[in-house]
Design a protein around this ligand. Structure first.
Ligand SMILES: Nc1ncnc2c1ncn2[C@@H]1O[C@H](COP(=O)(O)OP(=O)(O)OP(=O)(O)O)[C@@H](O)[C@H]1O
Ligand SMILES: [Mg+2]
Length: 622
């Protein structure tokens, strides 16, 4: 697809109701054959109404005029057509219609209605097919676009709302748009076809009925204004509800351990109540349309009946006319909803498109090359960086400032310092989750902004403090480190991470699904799986974010040993909270308030750094 990055901001309320047709058209283009076919069938279905109307006139005049009716009687049809069946068949004028004639005539009724229904079905099916294919492509692209966003975007968006846009709003946009196209291309023509047919035969009567229509539509328009708002906020509330759900489910342990089920239910209920209030308002207005239209229509029928009596016209004709008019009302009723439908569609489409077109804060430069496998040199060159605040402006206080570090390939570096000193921020900058405000991050002397993000991250393996495992087999969770790894490589990685033994004890082994009954892993086990993942990745740079939670000494020893295996021949940067684990580091970097306080080996720092002495003293007191 052609992802034309235009505006990254969500739509303002001003252009909310403008349909970004140009943005959607590329999705329609490959499907235009089916789309045009669908519309043509819709047009045919509309025109078929005129045929049907005439056919019914013939049938009624043959059947409803009593048994003395002959085939030679002239039948007046619209557009000045006069039909004489006896003449056409070349038989005597006084041949009675008879039971055979009646049966044949009536046999046409199901045929006509079936043809009509079938055309409408094909019309709907073709357009729905196009709509669903478009939805498929758009949803994929929206999801891809979201995943391309930087962490800044995710820290300011709520997962529930994103899910609601990807799943629900795109669906709403799709089904509404299909309905719109169908309504707009078929319904007006249907009405015109029927009215034109009627008009050619009963001009005055039809003209009068034309007066009745606007009368029907007026109250609907007035109602539409009132509903306009509710249709829009419905989408917002769905987002709130999805967020409440998503957060309760993912945070279920917290919810339960604080016994906050009722609190969460209340939060859900508020969003749910607002939604249902809106739905009722919407329903009330839209369902009122029907009765109003019908009441006005009944006035029309009453007036028509009087007119008929006064004209002394035949009953079979009245039945034809009423039958035709009743076929006008459903499409008219649907058309009256078009404006509401359009607003709902435009709102949903705009939401989807603004996500689709959102330009990631972090993106590759045009024609960026891939960084090949590096030796492992990392340089932070005068880095200063502030996170963005809620208004998108950088926060006043920099998270890190004036960082200048040169890390040599194959060495072991440790980052220590109080909480909030900026250690994790350095990791994020190296991973290019954020771009620094000043300075450059270099890998083997190459500015990481000049090469693709994927290739930068491809050179980095990470074991973070909060291990994330997918609801998938243990095998696939390890394979996530390198998707083309073989079974042997996975097992070898697990062995190196000291995970193989406990995996074999789980029922199902590598095929056991994490999180399923019988495979609930402990913190230490999860961490070893994530180490196996990093082993498999086999990257020249390894980032270790030490778990703050204390593991028992035995597990800690195992994990230390596993990590030790991993560090050989790589540049390792380890964030350490327990100094015991980094005593033999080649260099320890002590951070404070976003700055490098001092660097050196354990012994050097004990002699020179006040902060390090303090940290060390605290640990020994423990
Ligand atoms: N996404 C964010 N948005 C805004 N400020 C942030 C964000 N992440 C971190 N900060 C701030 O940046 C500073 C450095 O945070 P950082 O996470 O790098 O600290 P740290 O050294 O890793 O701390 P810890 O040892 O507790 O993990 C802190 O003041 C923190 O409040
Ligand atoms: Mg941290």
């Amino acid at each position: 697809m052609a992802a034309t990055p235009t505006s990254s901001q969500p739509t303002s309320s001003q252009d909310e109701f403008k349909m970004p047709v140009r943005r959607i058209l590329p999705y329609l283009k490959p499907l235009k054959g089916r789309f045009i076919l669908g519309i043509l069938i819709g047009v045919a279905a509309a025109c078929f109404n005129a045929v049907m109307l005439m056919a019914f006139q013939i049938i009624f005049s043959m059947v409803l005029k009593g048994q003395s009716q002959t085939l030679g009687t002239q039948i007046d049809l619209p557009f000045g057509i006069n039909l004489n069946i006896a003449e056409i068949l070349g038989i005597a004028k006084d041949t009675p219609v008879g039971i055979t004639g009646v049966l044949i005539a009536c046999a046409f009724i199901p045929v006509l209605l079936f043809t009509n229904g079938f055309l409408e079905y094909l019309n709907k099916y073709c357009l729905a097919w196009v709509g669903n294919k478009m939805l498929y492509a758009i949803r994929n692209d929206v999801f891809r676009s979201i995943l391309r966003q930087s962490p800044t975007f995710f820290s300011s968006s709520r997962a529930g709302e994103l899910m609601q846009t990807v799943f629900n709003q795109s669906r709403v946009a799709q089904s509404n748009a299909v309905q719109l196209v169908q309504l707009v291309t078929n319904r007006p023509l249907t009405i015109i076809a029927i009215l034109a047919t009627l008009f050619s035969q009963y001009p005055f009567f039809t003209a009068m009925s034309l007066f009745v229509f606007p009368l029907c539509i007026l109250p609907v328009i007035a109602l539409g204004r009132r509903v306009k708002k509710s249709g829009k906020s419905e989408e917002l509330e769905t987002g709130t509800m999805m967020t409440a759900m998503h957060e309760s489910f993912t945070g279920i342990r917290l919810v339960k351990s604080y016994a906050r089920e009722e609190y969460e239910v209340a939060r859900f209920e508020r969003a749910n109540a607002a939604m249902s209030r809106n739905a009722i308002r919407w329903q009330r207005a839209s369902e009122l349309v029907g009765p109003i239209v019908e009441s006005v229509a009944s006035l029309g029928i009453a007036a028509g009946l009087i007119y008929w009596w006064w004209k002394d016209w035949e009953a079979d004709k009245f039945i034809t006319v009423i039958f035709s008019l009743t076929r006008i009302y459903p499409p008219a009723k649907e058309l009256s909803k078009v404006s509401l439908l359009m607003q709902k569609t435009a709102y949903a489409v705009n939401n989807v498109v603004s996500l689709l077109d959102r330009v990631p804060d972090i993106r590759d430069v045009p024609q960026a090359k891939a960084l090949p496998r590096i030796k492992g040199g990392v340089t932070f060159e005068n880095i200063t960086f502030s996170y963005s605040g809620p208004n998108g402006q950088p926060l006043e206080k920099a998270a890190v400032s004036g960082i200048h570090l040169n890390l040599e390939p194959g060495k072991f570096y440790a980052l220590v310092g109080p909480s909030g000193a900026g250690k994790s921020t350095l990791f994020s900058l190296l991973l290019r989750f954020y771009d620094p405000d000043q300075g450059r991050v270099l890998m083997d002397g190459v500015d990481i902004r000049s090469v693709t993000q994927d290739s930068v991250r491809g050179n980095i393996g990470i074991v973070s403090q909060d291990t994330f495992l997918f609801h998938d087999t243990i095998r696939e969770n390890i394979r996530y480190g390198r998707l083309d790894a073989t079974e042997e490589e996975i097992i070898a990685a697990a062995k190196k991470a000291h995970a193989h033994d406990f995996i074999m004890q789980i029922q199902g082994g590598y095929a056991a699904v994490v999180g399923d009954a019988g495979c609930n892993l402990s913190g230490g086990q999860k961490q070893r799986l994530s180490i196996a993942r990093a082993v498999l990745r086999n990257a020249p740079i390894l980032l270790l974010d030490e778990a703050t939670s204390a593991l028992d000494t035995e597990t800690e020893r195992i994990i230390q040993d596993a990590i030790h295996q991993l560090t050989e021949g790589r540049t390792v940067i380890a964030i350490a909270h327990r100094l015991s684990t980094i005593m033999d580091a080649d260099q320890i970097i002590v951070m404070r308030d976003g700055r490098v306080d001092s660097t050196g080996t354990h012994t050097e720092l004990l002699a020179s750094s006040e902060l390090y002495q303090k940290l060390n003293a605290l640990q020994f007191h423990e």
